[in-house]
Design a protein around this ligand. Structure first.
Ligand SMILES: [Zn+2]
Length: 361
């Protein structure tokens, strides 16, 4: 039986431990102790991702979450009011992804305590997820045998199952203009800011369709009021759940930069990197059908949905695994309004427990 008091206590204890991305040592220590107490073998890889194992019968199954949180996330003081956990309003709560961790720990506790039949369980808790899935990207996958599993890193009501996620291209461009004194010889200069502005003006940005988005998020340039700027740096991205659309969008952003540079007799260097690769599952994929069955057994109608964001599941799936992201119950993640309902977390834990047990029944 999922113990709601214990689940709440676990969440409260975890959110009180600071773990901004890159500073996860104390959190890793706490998780290691808790998992060892439950009888799991725990190791850290070179990135300090945590991998823990509980032997069982059949094919190994992955339970994944991340241990870092976004800012403002130091000194979190959780407040429980009418079954909902909030922060005190000055920080995030950190339910993303400590609600996921609390759910995983509660599921394991149930299995161990009640000696329930289960497959071999591999718990992977990554670091630096919020910095761009860095922990998952650096994860030593030779330590992970599971080919299938769930990641407890999505908000929304219990029963939410993310079945598709976009690929993302990151774009970094440097526009090279020509410096000149803005008052004495402006005609000798080539204004890199003007070129960047022209390029951005000609880009399609924002929401392009229901599965494609694009953004220029950072722009840096110029050194002084009276100097024609000779250098501007732009950082942007494009995402789509359709590979062809992403390719076309990224190419059009690059082209806008090149056309603008040519127009002003300047040059531009553009670097495009694939930040992560998307995935798409359907109801006929084993992990989705197992999880849907678990939702229904827990009395919840599953809600299959696409997402516009990337998560560690993208990295696992790019390595040929079948990992879907499912809800840990939180809402308002990455804001100071972040909160999670205890009854939602309990339902999420029941779903995961039923899913795991359903693999050996
Ligand atoms: Zn998260």
């Amino acid at each position: 039986m999922i113990n709601d008091t214990r689940l709440l206590d676990t969440l409260l204890a975890l959110v009180r431990i600071d773990s901004p991305s890159g500073e996860e040592v104390a959190m890793a220590r706490e998780l290691k102790a808790r998992l060892r107490n439950l009888g799991l073998r725990v190791e850290l890889d070179a990135m300090h991702n945590l991998v823990a194992r509980l032997p069982g019968q059949g094919a190994p199954f992955l339970l994944a979450a991340h241990m870092d949180t976004v800012m403002p996330g130091r000194g979190i003081k959780p407040v429980v009011k009418e079954g909902i956990v909030h922060s005190d309003g000055t920080t995030i709560l950190g339910a993303d992804d400590k609600a996921g961790l609390a759910v995983i720990l509660e599921v394991l506790q149930n299995i161990v305590e009640e000696n329930l039949p289960h497959p071999p369980l591999e718990v992977v808790v990554t670091v630096q997820e919020e910095l761009g899935l860095l922990g998952a990207k650096g994860l030593d996958l030779s330590r992970v045998q599971a080919k299938m599993g769930v990641s407890l890193d999505c908000g929304g009501p219990a029963g939410t199952i993310v079945v598709s996620a976009p690929s993302q291209d990151s774009l970094f461009a440097v526009v090279h203009g020509k410096a000149a004194h803005a008052g004495a010889h402006p005609e000798l200069g080539i204004n890199a800011i003007v070129i960047a502005a022209e390029a951005i003006h000609n880009m399609r940005l924002g929401r392009l369709d229901e599965e494609t988005t694009a953004n220029i998020g950072i722009i840096h340039g110029g050194t002084a009021r009276n100097i024609v700027p000779d250098r501007v740096e732009l950082t942007g991205e494009a995402r789509s759940r359709q590979a062809a659309k992403l390719e076309a969008q990224t190419a059009s952003m690059v082209e806008a930069l090149q056309v603008a540079a040519r127009q002003f007799k300047a040059t531009v260097d553009v670097t495009v990197t694939r930040a992560y690769t998307g995935y798409a599952f359907t109801e006929s994929d084993t992990i989705v059908s197992k999880l849907m069955a678990a939702c229904r057994a827990a009395g919840v109608e599953p809600n299959l949905m696409p997402t516009g964001g990337g998560s560690d599941a993208n990295i696992f799936n790019a390595h040929g695994m079948q990992v879907v992201n499912t809800s840990m119950g939180a809402d308002g993640e990455h804001t100071t309004d972040e909160h999670v309902g205890l009854s939602d977390m309990v339902t999420c834990a029941q779903i995961v427990l039923r899913c795991v047990r359903g693999l050996v029944s």
